[in-house]
Ligand binder design. Structure first.
Ligand code: NAD
Length: 502
């Protein structure tokens, strides 16, 4: 049930902020198109307060034993499991995705918590005894300090959970700036961290838009920034934070291609294209937005996809039976819908027009757009070049595998891709040749498990470290190498020479 009175504010030093905000934003329920609440926007002063809380908590938290830090995460894991229904409901109410999908995002976020629970093992360093006589060498990794996370609207629980469980496990303290469009899930996560025993100030949430982000990017006490969002903002965040001397990983937008070779199982490929193209209304950074059909299977494949789309139920995310919800905002829906006209104007064919798709049980003012297929798209078209980030699948026809690969590799984005084929040699060649960070073989959304790292290439990533997995641990720690000698009777006396191994 929609709560017209919901008001969200920052979470600083273990509790909700009690000040009076200079600005607030509206939160919408995308399924009704109505305002469901408001959220305070931070100025530099609130960001300062959050960073100060994180800085004050840092000495105590980084000295907390590894085993104790892991124990807090184990407790947090249980609490998130217990509250996963409530988290999913908050996500659906503000993002619009169907509840099962929201629950799926919580589950994928929890996998990173599972991974972070293994931090005592993950932070084991190397040790070499007797690198010179009586001298030992070892490596350790230490926390970087206060770190910031800036996250997008499309995964309001999972993307923050890509970051803070590992950052906290490594001994850092954290300031999260979630998307202002769906701020509520992050606040429940903050409450659960506090219940799990995380000390006050170790995890803070500030809401807002560019001023809040800019204050984090230039704050002298923020040592590292993790960002996930669109490419222009990722580039800006990377450049700005780097110019302020911070370590940055900034994951950007995507245009994920699914290549279907003529020998593929076309029913499997059609199911996969529909799942990956229209799940979460295409608002996933790993959504398939371009299908590259290698001749001669294009017409048959588009026909199978159209049949499946006809059976999809589009409706409110919290209604039983809904398979696809609305888009996140009215502006975004209108922008996505504009590509249907521009695509046709540039010569594409509207094989399935999502504007005609029935909406089951949805309010007239909801931000609806049904699944759409634009066929005969070419790389010159705007619908191909832009990241649409909605339920629009563009089909590009290619005469050969070589041409399909050329199309994928010429695209400026390099987040995810997939190949559908029964030919192991072709699949192996594609995984070897494609210039994309995450590759699926007969798997349309190859999101790596938490113990691998997630990240793209080219304009999909600024900075060189992917998130979670061992790269996540690396990002949130600094390496130190120690060379150590303890005096013993055979130390050999004074020697001013450069220490070399004889
Ligand atoms: P966005 O770039 O508009 O916003 C991301 C974050 O940046 C938000 O917290 C927002 O408040 C902030 N922001 C927005 N404009 C800003 C500005 N001018 N200056 C400073 N900060 C600003 O992205 P979005 O619309 O929330 O999310 C969708 C985008 O995120 C898509 O492009 C999608 O591909 C991308 N995404 C990428 C990944 C990935 O792993 N590569 C994952 C999820 C989403």
């Amino acid at each position: 049930m929609e709560q017209a009175t919901t008001h969200r504010t920052h979470w600083i030093n273990g509790k909700p902020w009690t000040g009076a905000a200079a600005t607030r934003g509206d939160i919408y329920n995308p399924a009704t198109g109505r305002v469901s609440g408001t959220v305070d926007y931070a100025t530099a002063a609130e960001v300062d307060a959050a960073v100060a809380a994180a800085a004050a908590a840092l000495p105590g938290w980084r000295e907390t034993s590894l085993v104790r830090r892991a124990a807090v995460l184990f407790e947090f894991r249980e609490l998130v499991r217990k509250h996963s229904g409530e988290l999913a409901a908050r996500i659906t109410a503000e993002h619009g995705k169907v509840v099962s999908d929201a629950a799926g995002e919580v589950a994928r976020g929890l996998e990173v918590v599972d991974f972070a629970c293994g931090i005592p093992h993950l932070l084991k360093g190397g040790f070499s005894e007797n690198v010179s006589t009586g001298i030992d060498a070892y490596s350790i990794r230490q926390p970087v300090g206060v770190v910031a996370g800036i996250t997008p609207f499309n995964f309001p629980a999972m993307v923050p959970m890509w970051m803070f469980p590992i950052a906290l496990a490594c001994g850092n303290t954290f300031v999260l700036k979630p998307s202002e469009k769906d701020p509520s899930a992050s606040l429940l996560l903050a409450e659960l961290l506090a219940q799990a025993g995380l000390p006050d100030g170790a995890f803070n949430v500030v809401h807002g838009a560019k001023p809040a982000v800019d204050a984090l990017l230039s704050h002298p006490d923020v040592r590292a920034v993790s960002f996930v969002g669109s490419t222009p903002i990722a580039r800006y965040v990377a450049e700005t934070a780097t110019s302020h001397g911070k370590r940055v990983q900034a994951l950007g937008g995507a245009k994920n291609h699914m290549v279907v070779l003529p020998d593929a199982d076309l029913d499997l490929a059609a199911d996969a294209a529909v799942n990956a193209g229209f799940g979460s209304a295409g608002e996933r950074c790993m959504a398939i937005s371009v299908l590259v059909a290698v001749d001669p299977i294009g017409d048959e494949l588009v026909g199978k996809i159209a049949d499946r789309i006809g059976k999809l139920t589009v409706g409110p995310g919290d209604a039983e039976g809904s398979e696809m919800g609305p888009l996140v905002t009215r502006d975004h829906r209108d922008k996505v819908a504009s590509y249907l006209d521009s695509g046709v104007a540039e010569g594409a064919t509207l094989a399935v027009d999502g504007r005609d798709h029935p909406v089951t049980g949805g309010a007239a003012d909801g931000f609806w757009l049904g699944p759409t297929v634009l066929d005969h798209v070419t790389p010159q078209m705007r619908a191909y070049q832009d990241e649409i980030f909605g339920p629009v699948l563009s089909v590009v026809r290619a005469g050969s595998y070589a041409r399909a690969l050329e199309i994928v590799n010429a695209n400026p984005y390099g987040n995810g891709t997939a190949i559908f084929t029964n030919d192991g040699g072709a699949a192996r060649r594609f995984t070897h040749e494609v210039e994309v960070g995450m590759v699926g073989v007969n798997v349309p959304i190859p999101v790596p498990m938490a113990f691998y790292s997630f990240g793209g290439w080219k304009s999909s990533l600024f900075g060189d470290t992917h998130v979670h997995g061992t790269e996540g641990v690396h990002f949130y720690t600094r390496g130190k190498a120690v060379t150590s000698r303890w005096l013993d009777p055979s130390h050999g006396g004074v020697n001013l020479g450069f220490p070399v191994n004889q």
